[in-house]
Design a protein around this ligand. Structure first.
Ligand code: PLP
Length: 491
């Protein structure tokens, strides 16, 4: 067993909120354990009979590794079918460990055993947490997982607060606010959150001045951070973990972009070189090249890692998973039982068929390698467009190393109205000019962790995930025009 010889995670009762502590197991879900008894006739749970499920089978065509493109899939894709009784119908050509009769019925809130096994094996392969009693549990995506986690860890009455990057995922901020959980920002550089600032903020915490208890939770996005695109290197992650140990922080590691770690900008240019590189390094090399996760360093069991299929398979699956210590996962499931009851059966059975029964772990990792290559190309297009169309005196940036966001710093001090208008006003002016010229970008101020303070810098967020290469280039050209117009520059 993978866990042999490893120590157990620390007990973290003191991190739990009252709300989480008082949650009781759902009696009906508990009763389901008796269904395993041979010969037992259940009149217990209100599970409808699969006979009345109006779905006999599903069929789909999916890419055949390693030919993942749409064009290749049209010609050479694999046709797979999911039947209602593939598990029990021994005569079925589609014999499987999972089928529609199971997936479309009620199940446990932590998700099906079948897909949980796959993500657990995947997590072991990628993160291999250094303690014994870790577990993965399916979620309906990281948005909901974060809401559950915050309610598990933070108490309004206790004046709990969360630390995060000074620019942070706006939805995460919007999740915390109505829970009464204050969010405070930690300064960043191009590798994201600064451990020294994290330490300083905590060491100098003044409850009165801040209006909150010293934070015991850190929410961080280590790879391709949204919105800044910053990626923490291995040493950075180790330093952050050490500060978390020093101040007894619980870490929520939100990693939707983990596998979109790209090749360094300027290297491996050109399709041929890139293909060759993948062939040379293979699956093993790809895995070795990934920056280790915080979970992989987590000797204490103080990290909850959130994975999501949104950015690497499909957002509409509403499917992801968390990995944490057994204690924390158990509390998380108690909440899921009384809110979303776990992810949709359709999603689970479709992803299980694709990932486990069609591609397998290696095929899935090859898919992730393919995506990495695609995002590298897109990143290179947006950077080339920025080099061509933006004034370097005014606009500056770092090449993103992961994810789908490019973060553009616009020097407000060079704006002709810098003395008379606020950064927010200038930012709004540029944003409106962008809309007039036909390009939508994100305003940096949308992502500020501490919105009640005045910004000192101005940023815009552009994604290279969405548009075609031609449109992306045109969009950056328009962004450049909007800046010139706002700055009243010629040409
Ligand atoms: N976390 C971060 C940092 C994100 O950028 C996003 C999506 O933009 C999410 C979470 C949402 O993930 P999911 O679709 O799994 O809810």
């Amino acid at each position: 067993a993978p866990t042999t010889g490893k120590p157990k995670a620390k007990r973290l009762d003191h991190h739990l909120s009252v709300e989480s502590t008082v949650r009781e197991p759902c009696v009906l879900k508990q009763a389901a354990k008796h269904l395993k008894n041979p010969g037992l006739i259940s009149l217990g749970g209100g599970l409808p009979c699969a006979e009345y499920f109006p779905f006999e089978s599903l069929s789909m065509r999916v890419p055949q590794p390693p030919s993942f493109s749409e064009a290749a899939t049209r010609v050479d894709g694999i046709d797979v079918r999911i039947g209602k009784y593939d598990v029990t119908d021994a005569a079925s050509a589609d014999a499987s460990e999972y089928d529609l009769s199971i997936a479309l019925n009620y199940g446990q809130a932590n998700g099906s055993a079948q897909l949980t096994r796959f993500v657990t094996e995947h997590t072991e392969l990628i993160c291999n947490p250094p303690y014994a009693d870790w577990r993965s549990c399916l979620t309906v995506g990281s948005t909901a997982a974060l809401e559950q986690a915050l309610r598990m860890l933070c108490d309004r009455q206790r004046h709990d607060a969360v630390l995060t990057e000074e620019y942070s995922f706006s939805t995460a901020l919007e999740t915390a606010a109505p829970l009464g959980v204050k969010v405070f920002g930690v300064r960043m550089d191009k590798e994201g959150l600064l451990p020294a600032d994290l330490d300083a903020v905590l060491a100098g915490w003044d409850e009165r001045a801040r209006g909150a208890r010293k934070p015991h939770v850190l929410y961080t996005v280590p790879s391709g951070q949204n919105p800044t695109g910053a990626t923490q290197g291995e040493q950075r992650r180790r330093a952050i973990y050490q500060v978390a140990q020093k101040h007894d922080l619980y870490i929520i590691e939100d990693e939707p972009y983990y596998f979109l770690q790209m090749e360094p900008y300027g290297e491996g240019k050109g399709e041929k070189k890139k293909k060759k590189k993948d062939e040379e390094e293979g699956v093993e090399g790809f895995l070795r090249g990934l920056i280790p996760s915080l979970l992989s360093m987590d000797v204490d069991g103080r990290v909850m890692r959130m994975d999501s299929f949104s950015k690497v398979v499909v957002p509409g699956s509403r499917l992801g998973w968390i990995t944490a210590s057994e204690q924390m996962v158990e509390r998380f499931i108690r909440h899921a039982e009384v809110c979303n009851q776990g992810p949709s059966g359709f999603s689970q059975v479709i992803l299980h068929k694709l990932l486990d029964e069609t591609w397998g772990h290696e095929g899935y990792i090859r898919w992730l390698m393919y995506l990495r290559g695609e995002y590298t190309k897109r990143r290179d297009v947006i950077l080339a467009a920025c080099e061509a169309h933006l004034l370097r005196e005014v606009v500056s940036w770092n090449a993103p190393a992961a994810g789908m966001f490019h973060w553009l710093k616009v020097d407000h001090s060079l704006h002709p109205d810098a003395a008379t208008r606020s950064i927010l006003e200038i930012e709004e002016d540029i944003f409106n000019l962008c809309i007039d010229k036909g390009v939508l970008v994100g305003r940096g101020s949308w992502f500020r962790a501490e919105k009640d303070t005045a910004p000192t810098e101005m940023f815009f967020r552009a994604t290279f995930a969405a548009a075609t290469p031609e449109n992306m280039t045109e969009a950056i050209r328009r962004f450049g025009l909007a800046i010139r117009e706002s700055y009243r520059m010629e040409g």
